[in-house]
Design a protein around this ligand. Structure first.
Ligand code: GLV
Ligand code: MN
Ligand code: MN
Length: 409
């Protein structure tokens, strides 16, 4: 690349600060759940930033926001992106950094008066978090053709609010067909969200791929009864069953290599101190770097549930919330991230991503890669999520260099 091309670091930091004021929480984090009023405010702000930059801004039928910088030739674009929705108790960096860095990459080219050979674009994908609507990475999944627009519009949140209606309500049901912009390559900058880079003394991460994800929702039905009068042997208690399943999944992680398990939702009904529960809805988030051990874990959980159901008289039904295979990234782009970091004199190490990202969906369409920056204390999905300004700027400069390379190759 033109070797003195750099991101305007101060502007990147100030844009991130501006976005983090939208949906800011007293704990110092962000709450911009997908398609809420806060998400709409964030979207409006982003749209105005893209327009001020002179990008050709388009919105598709699932609410993905796309800002395009025309290149010298016709053809597929080099796409940068991430998301601006957050989990309910999110931080300021998860997703937001990738979108803003993408905007800053295009701004840096414009400032330098450079026109890439290929078109370039930045996309803010809808509902990456999966905190409000399922599956996670929904906007990029639809963009990549994995789910129809109609099916995505019909998704409901936990209150029964329909996604399509929310998209219309906030004015982001756009006219474009998802996937309308063909992709030559996809690159994403993200915070690591874990402790590996910091533990390694800092430096960047060239992401080699994303681990497999399986999200299940289990509904457990028992028999509500009086907690003072029903002898223990007479109870059909789905709350106890949920606890057993949670512990079983946790124990499995000790015997199946690389396995992770989390039960982040356990809703007990009717929720009275003195009533043996009638119903429990619980989630299981199971992940593994490899598909086969994840399948083994899921099969073991299902078998355990079948036996528990038989023994304790609890009815258990399953629903898939998300299911995505392990996704390796493109070697030439991973190497491109390393080359860009080397060119900038920045240390970088290869690593797998524990979290899901829009890149996982985009890799269905085109060669894809990501670059990570350290998360202080390894914390994410937490208001205390933090990365330094210096690391953000370093990561954005690597993104700029890798994107420029891909756009002119
Ligand atoms: C997305 O944030 C995920 O849960 O990996
Ligand atoms: Mn994210
Ligand atoms: Mn996240």
């Amino acid at each position: 690349m033109s070797t003195n091309l750099r991101i305007d670091g101060a502007r990147l930091v100030s844009r991130l600060e501006a976005l983090s004021r939208i949906g800011a929480t007293p704990e110092g984090g962000c709450r911009r759940l997908a398609l809420t009023d806060e998400d709409k405010q964030g979207r409006d702000w982003l749209l105005s930033q893209m327009q001020a930059l002179g990008l050709d801004v388009k919105v598709d039928a699932i609410g993905n926001i796309v800002g395009i910088l025309k290149g010298q030739q016709q053809g597929p674009a080099v796409i940068l992106g991430s998301h601006i929705d957050t989990v309910g108790t999110g931080g300021r960096f998860d997703g937001a950094l990738g979108v803003i860095a993408g905007v800053e990459v295009l701004a840096a080219l414009r400032d330098a008066g450079l026109t890439p050979k290929r078109d370039m674009a930045v996309i803010a994908f809808t509902n990456e978090e999966g905190a409000r609507f399922h599956p996670d990475m929904l906007g990029s999944y639809v963009w990549a053709g994995g789910m129809s627009v109609e099916a995505a519009h019909a998704e409901k949140d936990s209150e029964g609010v329909v996604l399509g209606a929310e998209l219309n309500r906030i004015g982001y049901h756009g006219p474009e067909q998802p996937g309308f912009l063909k992709a030559h390559a996809y690159l994403e900058l993200h915070i690591e969200q874990g402790p590996v880079l910091e533990g390694d003394g800092g430096g960047l991460g060239a992401v080699t791929g994303i681990q497999a994800i399986c999200w299940l929702e289990l509904t457990l039905r028992g028999r509500p009864s009086h907690a003072g009068t029903t002898p223990m042997a007479y109870r059909k208690d789905p709350g106890l069953a949920a606890a057993r399943i949670n512990i079983f999944a946790n124990e499995l992680t000790k015997t199946i290599s690389g396995q992770l398990a989390n039960s982040g939702v356990i809703r007990v009904e009717p929720g009275n101190v003195n009533v043996v529960p009638e119903r429990v809805v619980m989630s299981l988030d199971l992940r593994n770097p490899n598909d086969a051990p994840l399948a083994e874990t899921e099969a073991a959980v299902r078998k355990f549930c079948a036996e528990l159901s038989e023994r304790d008289g609890i009815e258990i039904s399953f629903r898939d919330l998300a299911r995505f295979p392990a996704t390796p990234f493109a070697e030439e782009l991973i190497a491109g991230m390393e080359a860009s970091a080397a060119e900038l004199g920045l240390p970088i190490r290869r690593m797998i991503s524990g979290a899901g990202h829009d890149a996982q969906m985009m890799s269905r369409l085109c060669p894809t890669a990501m670059v990570f920056i350290p998360s202080i204390g390894g914390l994410s999905h937490n208001p205390a999520e933090f990365s330094t300004d210096e690391d953000m700027v370093k990561g954005a400069n690597v993104l700029l260099s890798a994107a420029w390379r891909a756009a002119n190759a």
